[in-house]
Structures are given as structure tokens and as C-alpha cells.
Design a protein around this ligand. Structure first.
Ligand SMILES: [Zn+2]
Ligand SMILES: [Zn+2]
Length: 223
């Protein structure tokens, strides 16, 4: 399940966009706001308290900050695709390698905490769906060939389970799993807060957004 669900979430999102061609942006925005709140809350409730237990706490903090820095660095190449932004030129026909590589590094890291924290699987699934929908809308709407788009989305869907698998089964990686988890926390803190920040346009009061954000926090609390 840990390996199959993230793949299915991405592929079904692509299929959904291909068949339905969703026009309404508002629904995706709400889903995105919910996913940001849910991911942030689970990181705070589940991952953060545990990562500081019985280790060099300053070192943990350094790796969390490195995760935040890494995500900022990745976004120079992905233009924010990890948190639901597409600023890519859709008239280009070639395979978007930089986007692909930066998204892959991000997704591989996301797979690390899933191995030991089952509730993080849900956080990642909820986070992946709006991102995959937005990515698919871009890919299908761009001049990129459908086969390339499919290739892109299929490889992208495999990255998170691959991260889970590698962190568990490769000796060098599992020996630094604690550090990798701390880096993943930094990545989550960065993308989830950016999602929440960008979901409030001009800081206008938006009741439905406030509601989905609260629901995301409450579900994470009881999970
Ligand atoms: Zn952005
Ligand atoms: Zn992600």
C-alpha cells in the first residue's frame, strides 16, 4: 500500500485531468489549501516531536534548516511546481528536464518519512493529488507530446515510493535516515507554509479557505 497508493494518486489525477479537463480553478485551490494545512499539521504533530527525541537537538535543527534551503534551491528550477505553481512556458515542446529533476529530488525525499510514519502516507497523498492535477493541466495544455507527458507523470509518480524503498533498503541511506527525515521535515515546513501563504490572495477574508484549513488541522490532530 505504501508503495502503490502514491503512484495511483498521481496517475489517477492525470487521468482525471485528461478525461474531465477541469476548468474551475477554485476547487483545486481549496484542495491545495487543505493539503497544505494537513501536511503542516501532521509534520508538527507527528514528525517534529519525534525527530528531537534522544539526539543532538542542534544537529537536528541544522538538518531541518538544510531541508528548507534545499527546497528554496529546488524551486529555482521547478518554479514552485511542488506547491502548485506553474510558471513554465507551455509553448515549449521539449521535455522539461529541470522541472523533472527538481520535482524528483523533492519527491524522493518525501518518501523517506512515509516508511516509519503511516499517517504521513495520507499527508503525502493529499499533497500529491492537487500538485499532480496542476502538473497534468500544464502538461496536457502545453505543446509537449502526450507520450512525453505520460512518461513524465509516470516517472514522477514512482519517485516517492522509490524514496521510501531506498531509505529502507540501501544501507548507506538507512544509516542517515534520521538526518534525511530532518531534511524532509524542512521541505514539508517550507512547501506547506508557502501553500498556506499563497492560498490567501491579497489577504482577503475567505471563509471557505479558512474552513478547509481548519478541517485539515483537525483531521491531522485525530489521525
Ligand atoms: Zn509559488
Ligand atoms: Zn511534494
Amino acid at each position: 500500500m505504501t508503495y502503490i497508493l502514491p503512484i495511483l494518486a498521481v496517475l489517477l489525477s492525470f487521468l482525471f485531468v485528461y478525461l474531465i479537463k477541469p476548468k474551475k480553478k477554485e476547487g483545486i485551490k481549496l484542495l491545495l489549501a487543505f493539503s497544505g494545512a494537513f501536511l503542516l499539521a501532521l509534520t508538527v504533530f507527528e514528525l517534529l516531536p519525534e525527530i528531537y527525541e534522544g539526539t543532538d537537538q542542534k544537529k537536528v535543527g541544522v538538518f531541518i534548516m538544510l531541508g528548507i534551503l534545499l527546497q528554496i534551491f529546488l524551486e529555482f528550477f521547478s518554479k514552485g511546481a511542488e506547491h502548485g505553481h506553474m510558471h513554465m512556458d507551455s509553448s515549449k515542446t521539449e521535455f522539461p528536464w529541470l522541472l523533472f529533476i527538481s520535482l524528483s529530488v523533492h519527491s524522493l525525499l518525501e518518501g523517506v518519512p512515509i516508511g516509519d510514519h503511516h499517517s504521513m502516507l495520507y499527508a503525502i497523498l493529499v499533497h500529491k493529488i492537487p500538485i499532480a492535477i496542476i502538473l497534468s493541466i500544464f502538461l496536457i495544455g502545453s505543446k509537449i507530446k502526450l507520450t512525453s507527458a505520460l512518461f513524465f507523470i509516470t516517472l514522477f509518480s514512482i519517485m516517492t515510493p522509490l524514496g521510501t524503498y531506498l531509505a529502507k533498503n540501501i544501507a548507506i541511506l538507512s544509516s542517515v535516515k534520521h538526518e534525511l527525515n530532518a531534511v524532509a521535515i524542512g521541505v514539508f515546513l517550507h512547501i506547506s507554509t508557502v501553500i498556506l501563504f499563497e492560498s490567501s490572495e491579497g489577504h482577503k477574508f475567505n471563509l471557505s479557505k479558512l474552513l478547509v484549513i481548519s478541517i485539515g488541522i483537525i483531521i491531522a490532530y485525530f489521525l
